[in-house]
Design a binder for this molecule. Sequence first.
Ligand SMILES: [Zn+2]
Length: 487
Amino acid sequence: MKYSIIGIFAAIIMVFSVFAATAFDTESRVNRYQQHLESRQPYEGCSCDKSELCTHLPLVLIETGGNTIPGEPITDEFGNELGYVTTAENEEMITSKISVISDETKNHHPSDEPDLESNILIRIRGNSSRYFNKKNYLIRLTDENGEYQNKEMLGMDSHYEWALHGPYLDKSLIRNYMWYNIAGEFMEYAPNVRFCEVIIDGKYQGLYVMTETITNGDNCRVNISEPVDGTDKTGYVLRLDRGSHTQIRNIETFTNYTYRNLQKIDIEYPRSGKLTPELANAIAQDFSYFEKSLYSYDYDTENYGYSQNINVQSFADYFIINEFTSNYDAGWLSTYIYKDIGGKYNMVIWDFNSACDNYAAYAFPAEGFQMQNVVWYFMLMKDERFNQEIINRYKKLRETYLSDEYLNQYIDDTVAYLGDAIDRNFEVWQNTFEMDMLKPSERNIKSHEEAIQQMKDFISERGAWMDENIEIIKQYGHESKNKKFNH
Ligand SMILES: [Zn+2]
């Protein structure tokens, strides 16, 4: 009996070491383009007479023809959100034109010949950011017939849909750019991003980040299979958030109807053209099947448990990067998960504007963990093996992409790359340094330099605390007296 127990332990250790050798290989770096290191730099200069805007960053010009871009929030007298402004024809988006000036061999001016021109549909996007003066936009490239048209954008893979994110709450201006790129260095997929400066109808709008949306494309983005005609087979992307008001896309899954998840789940891919009610229903059932197995007594078993269904490292990485940055919308808002036909679920990061103690409503201390309470993770973290995966992975990442040295250098390099674009942005948005955006008031940032220092200080404190305390997540996976009867 004694020997068989030792044998079992030996087998477990062997399984673990094989797993560790493949799962924790940080050398398998995704080859990711880093704009701030590889594209045109501010010091390369320009010999123009500076009679118009001259920038080393790509320029994005949008012409609405004098129309108002829809999507402003509508609120009642108490500030409750009732919906979003549409056009007089009840359309959510308007037709406009985009011109992108991005030739890497020279600086860019609004009068330069565009490197990309297209018709677009455009609207304001976001949740809380819709209330900011500097708007975020959703853009869809269209052809002359109004059909979606895939095109490369600032060197990013060809697609018709783009998010134009304007850092506003984030006074460092670099949170999304930085954390998306860093996540993209060790996760299977994180949205690609490029800084640019934006002019709408001739009016300079400041610094933006052109961002891939989380959806499928032709060999790009999450890169999953399209629906197989006549069947319910398809890869899919889901988003956990407050819910769209689109009936087919909004599905109810096991954790919804059992009230383990109080947020809404939407199908982000397949899109409305291909998404039938039958296919949406099949996706809801498929996802519920996973959730039922995760919330069962078999959740951690070899044959029925979560390891059959999820890419464990992806879920561990998602935990680590969101905990490391205290990005606590994760698991509640803008939470993306995808799966290919017959594949496993992966997580995708999104939105770091409130990360690193930039959450508006209150401060997050550098101590503590929260992600153990969010949907799916509540169960995953009951398993000691999952928690050990997080611990091992965290320690590896702290030696590489999440080391203080790497992150501080990343911040300094990115700020150097932006150069005078930072000043141009805050010439337009200077008043945001006087606004009471964070509570309590003393948290509000007074300059870009202060914003950069605040993020560096947070990273340093948070990293030190997690180094010291990462092992405490084991407490969420302790064996219980009940559990042993279910094996
Ligand atoms: Zn110039």
